[in-house]
Design a binder for this molecule. Structure first.
Ligand code: TXA
Ligand code: MG
Length: 361
């Protein structure tokens, strides 16, 4: 696989390949996506195959901003993505308010689907997920392709999402020819997914790059949150198709710590980790990596590799670096991985906590 700079020529090449039903990995502000023409069944089939993704997990369709459309919904209908016929005026107003505020950006909205959208893109559901990314390179590639692009995260199914072009190479080498380099992703977590529900309110299907509280402010009403329910066996119930309990997972076993790594006694550690002298990896929410590694090494008398999401505990930085730090630990000599729980679940913290739960389940 080749990493190509986002030059005019490379963007034209990407658009041409996409037009022919081929796949290209593209940058977005959330994570890198594996893009294909949303209206081309061959391209959609290739996406599922390259990712080894089950076809019951529907795709998000990406559109570019356009001048000359007052209402984004008019445009989504003109692109043959959304069927407005069943939408009430009140529902349309609410949808427009959301799109006006958060598009382009890390919000995906699930709406009634236009009959021309292939069933493969929506896993046969009567709804379609749409998003307008803010990354300028993504926008240029979509605009030049001239079609909406289906783009799931450019990782193999269930694995850690890529936030740098090298991650895409590590995930999809030999399966896709090109990834366009848009730099490290600014948001670092996938988009927040909300769906219009039968009561004409919105339900949260996946926490992500836009905080739930910000969405509620714009709607002037609460999101229906089908909060992760834990069954007796401790399993998280599924929120949306494809939102599986085990996801975003490193290859190595990842265990969530009961509290901050440095507040745990040797006995606390013994209760969560198996003894041995192999190196362990610890994902800290905040603080200094080498200071923590030294302290833990002295306590546990084994090699400790520490990675910190944000030295200062800044939630935006933590979200941005989460997948890259997790991937770094997965590629390190550490044999077992541990992560601190994200204790502040306000704002983006909720999405970080969600990803850590799934990565460690
Ligand atoms: O930030 C993002 O959204 C990234 C970038 C590349 O744009 N894309 C992404 O796609 O995360 P993916 O395929 O990894 O996640 C798609 C998820 C599905 O797993 C499902 O949970 C939800 O979006 N989804 C898609 N279509 C849906 C539908 N019709 N109804 C309910 N949920 C849907
Ligand atoms: Mg994904």
């Amino acid at each position: 696989m080749q990493i190509l700079s986002p030059s005019k020529q490379h963007i034209a090449l990407a658009a041409e390949l996409l037009g022919r039903g081929e796949l290209v990995a593209i940058p977005t502000e959330t994570v890198y996506g594996l893009a294909g023409n949303a209206f081309d069944e061959r391209a959609l089939t290739r996406i599922f195959a390259a990712k080894e993704r089950p076809t019951f997990d529907p795709l998000i369709l990406h559109v570019a901003p356009a001048i000359g459309f007052g209402f984004v919904l008019d445009r989504l209908a003109a692109l043959r993505l959304v069927d407005r016929s069943s939408l009430s005026m009140a529902a349309e107003k609410r949808i427009e308010a959301l799109l006006e505020e958060f598009w382009p950006g890390p919000l995906t909205v699930v709406l009634p689907k236009h009959r021309d959208v292939p069933d493969l893109a929506t896993s046969g559901l009567p709804t379609v997920a749409v998003r307008m990314p803010s990354h300028p390179v993504a926008q240029k590639i979509i605009a030049e392709s001239g079609v909406p692009l289906a783009a799931p995260s450019a990782n193999r199914f269930g694995r850690i999402s890529p936030t740098r072009p090298e991650h895409v190479v590590a995930e999809l080498e030999g399966r896709v020819e090109y990834v366009i380099d848009g730099g490290p992703c600014e948001v670092g977590l996938e988009s927040t997914v909300v769906a219009l529900n039968a009561e004409e309110g919105f339900s949260l299907l996946r926490p992500g790059g836009v905080a739930v509280s910000d969405i509620e402010k714009v709607l002037g009403q609460r999101l229906y949150i089908d909060a992760p329910r834990y069954s007796k066996s401790g399993e998280v119930a599924q929120l949306a198709p494809g939102m599986l309990q085990s996801h975003y997972a490193p290859r190595k076993k990842l265990t969530r710590l009961p509290g901050a790594a440095l507040s745990m006694s040797e006995a606390d550690w013994r209760s969560v980790s198996s003894p041995g002298d192999s190196a362990i990896g610890v994902l800290l929410y905040s603080g200094d990596e080498s200071a923590a590694a030294n302290a833990l090494q002295a306590l546990l008398r084994r090699r400790v590799i520490a990675r910190s999401l944000s030295q200062k505990g800044d939630v935006t930085e933590a979200a941005r670096l989460l997948f890259a730090k997790l991937r770094a630990l997965d590629n390190s000599p550490a044999e077992l991985l541990y992560c601190e729980p994200c204790t502040d679940e306000s704002g983006l913290g909720y999405a970080i906590a969600d990803r850590l739960r799934r990565a460690s389940s």
